[in-house]
Design a protein around this ligand. Structure first.
Ligand SMILES: [Zn+2]
Length: 159
């Protein structure tokens, strides 16, 4: 097993792995929601019993849940952060990491390395910091698209 003792202290790494490995279908099942991943589902992140307003998308980065009603995107780790699942990042991480085959662990570590390099990229234009912070909030669902739209267009059209 690939040793991650140091990385486990970094919640970014733990979130990254959870987002990559834990599918929304598993989370939805745990919550007693329909796990009809291909179609519309009830968003587990807000109270709505009337109509399905969310959809799950999957790519090599893991699952994303888009809620059309809230205009927000959620990742699997958000179900822990927002306490939908009564567990902790480290409990989930420890549960999944040890079960992954070593080649998969190595692959994930390599992906994480690339991801954190991107994160630290030094060649960013002025004003990027503010935009980046807002985009992060959007990514983790704490603000809607409206919150970043103006900032984004300012950033793109300024000269
Ligand atoms: Zn929602």
């Amino acid at each position: 097993m690939v040793d991650t003792t140091e990385l486990e202290q970094d919640y970014k790494f733990v979130r990254f792995i959870i987002n990559r490995v834990v599918p929304f279908s598993y989370i939805l099942k745990k919550l007693g929601h329909s796990d009809n991943i291909g179609g519309g589902i009830f968003c587990p992140f807000h109270d709505d019993e009337n109509h399905p307003s969310a959809k799950v998308y999957r790519d090599r980065d893991g699952d994303r849940l888009w809620c059309f009603s809230e205009n927000k995107m959620f990742r699997p780790a958000d179900a822990i952060r927002l306490k939908l699942l009564k567990t902790s990042y480290s409990t989930v991480f420890n549960g999944i990491w040890s079960r992954l085959p070593e080649h998969r662990q190595e692959e994930l570590l390599k992906d994480y390395e690339e991801f954190s390099q991107l994160d630290k990229s030094a060649f960013l234009p002025e004003g990027w910091d503010d935009l980046y912070k807002e985009l992060e909030k959007f990514k983790y669902g704490s603000i809607g698209i409206e919150g970043v739209k103006d900032l984004l267009s300012d950033f793109v059209i300024r000269d």
